[in-house]
Each structure stands twice: as C-alpha cells, then as structure tokens.
Design a protein around this ligand. Sequence first.
Ligand SMILES: C[S@@+](CC[C@H](N)C(=O)[O-])C[C@H]1O[C@@H](n2cnc3c(N)ncnc32)[C@H](O)[C@@H]1O
Length: 332
Amino acid sequence: MNPEATKRLEESIQKTLSTHAKNDKSYLWMAYWVIFEREADPDGLEGWLNELKLGLSRATVIKKMFEAHEFQQRLPEEERGSKLMTSFTMPNREMVKEFIPPADDFPVIPLSIDELKEQVASKHWFHQIDLGNGIITHGQDDSAEKLLRIKMPEKLDGRTVLDIGTWNGFFSFEAERRGASRVLATDSYAWHTWDGKSGFDLARRALNSKVQALEIDILDLSPDKIGTFDLVLCLGVLYHMRHPLLSLEKVFSVTGNQLILETTVELFSEDRPAMVFYPGTEFANDPTNWCGANPAAVIAMLKVAGFSKVELVSLVDFPIPQTGRATFHAWR
Ligand SMILES: C[S@@+](CC[C@H](N)C(=O)[O-])C[C@H]1O[C@@H](n2cnc3c(N)ncnc32)[C@H](O)[C@@H]1O
C-alpha cells in the first residue's frame, strides 16, 4: 500500500470507529479488534487512555497502532487494504458486542462504610437504592413502589436484561439480584446532568455488581450494536421522547422476548388512541417531557412497533386530573 492509501485507510477507520464509539474506552476496544485482531490488554488500554486524556488525537492513536510492530507483523503491507477493510466494513455481531467493555473491566475497590456514607451523601440521586449497612441513596423516586407497579418477574435466572434509561441503576441492580445472567444498563441524558453517571458507578461498586454500562441514546439502539435481550425495561422514558413511535421501534428491535414499559399517561376518558404534546414546560415544569399518551395510544404504538401481544398491568391515578402512571407488558 502506498502512503496515500494507508493514510486514507487510517482516516476511514478513525471515522467509522468514532461513529460507533460512545467513549474513548470503547473506541480503543474497537481499534484493538480491527487493527490487532484481539482484545485490548489492560496495560495497553490504560496507556492509550492516558495518552488520549493528555491530548493525543484519536486519529494519531490509529496512526501509531499502524506503526506498531504487532500490526506490521500481523499483516504484510500488500494485504492490509483488503484484509482490514473486509473485517472492518462487515463487523459481525459477536465482534460488535465486544465493543461494550466487559463488566470485569472495572476493578471493584471496596469502600469502608464511612467512606461510602460520605460519598452517598455528597451526590444528587434519583433512585432510592439500598446499598446495605443501613445506607439508602436519597433519591426523590419512590423506587420500591415503582418496582411493585411494574411487576418484574420474581425470578430472572439465566435471562439477559436491558435497562434503557437506567439513571442510577435501581432496576438493573434489582434484575441482577433476581438472577439475570447478564444485565446491560444504558442511558444518555441523565448521565450528563447533575452528577452524571457517578451515582450509578458508586452504587455498582458498593453492591459489587457485574451490571454492564453503555452510554447510548434510545434512538441509536439496534441489534447490530448491542444484540437482543430476553427482557427489556423501558421505565419512565417514553414521555421524554420527541419521537415516541420511532423510539418504540428501536426498543422492539432489541427485545428478544418481553418488554416492560412504564410511563406517564393522560386522557383516560378518551377511548381512542390519543396523545398530549408538551412543546414547552407544560408537564411538571420540565422541558425534557414531550408527550403524554393515553393507555389506548401506548398499546396501539407498541403493536404498530411490532409487538404481537400487549397487556396493561397497572394504572395509578395521580391528583392532577387526568394524569397517572401505567405499566405495560409486551411480547414479540
Ligand atoms: C424519569 S427517568 C427514569 C429512570 C428509571 N428508568 C426509572 O424508571 O426509575 C428518565 C430516564 O430516561 C433517560 N433518557 C431521556 N432521554 C433519553 C434518550 N434519548 N435515550 C436514552 N435515555 C434517555 C434519562 O436520562 C433518565 O435516566
């Protein structure tokens, strides 16, 4: 390959990896697969992460990996273009799933009870998570009450679970406690506001949990990126969607069997599928709320998105007239 072609290849790898990677770690993870055809070793990963932190560009990482002895040895120069582009433009599903760093990737360093209390007290929380030793995170959400309403199966032994919009992770940790073989917790917005993802990380550490985490917008979910899951949780997320039906289509695409969806509902007295649109801060003075569907509309949208069977499993009225919360179970 001439230098010009090598440069084009490096640029193209850099661009595509950046499109898929949600953070530096997953970028490096993928780069290792594509360029060295292997998992990233902890020392190598750590070294590159530090360099990126110190200002090295992602493009330079690829360039340096190309120059590495390991790569030079692995692919003779004349084979690079065709081999790399093939493995790269057609990443298979297993390989794409590898892009999510495994849970064991994060060393669990035990905290003393006093350290944990201090760190819990210093954070903004949404969930109320029981971390043991009498320490419960002080979120505004009545998480235990919501858990009863959503009717999550008591036993999840051997099932894989995806929790979309996990925030501090209460429902992911609960799914793990109920025996799920693998839990992936995802979020976007809340992991950039208040204390970001640090509440989730602290709870995960305190619980010695193996729940995996991936920052991804609901509209970016696809089986190619994350695979499919036996049970998908989408709790308190639908009314935050500007594009509710499109979001449910994305949720359907990663649901292997069952979805549990919990949301705000409105307009109970209307039998026809109907939805209120909140262009501003009409609902709860929160500009991130976009739509309040009635139960008939949620059921209809779930069916249009592809689910074959949908059941309304709980409905509570709140004092504000005509609004409440509802939970739906839906099956592929
Ligand atoms: C009201 S909280 C619900 C948290 C948790 N699922 C629960 O039910 O207790 C809404 C969550 O949806 C997430 N969210 C909002 N927009 C999102 C989007 N476009 N993609 C993924 N998650 C989103 C927020 O970041 C937040 O964590």
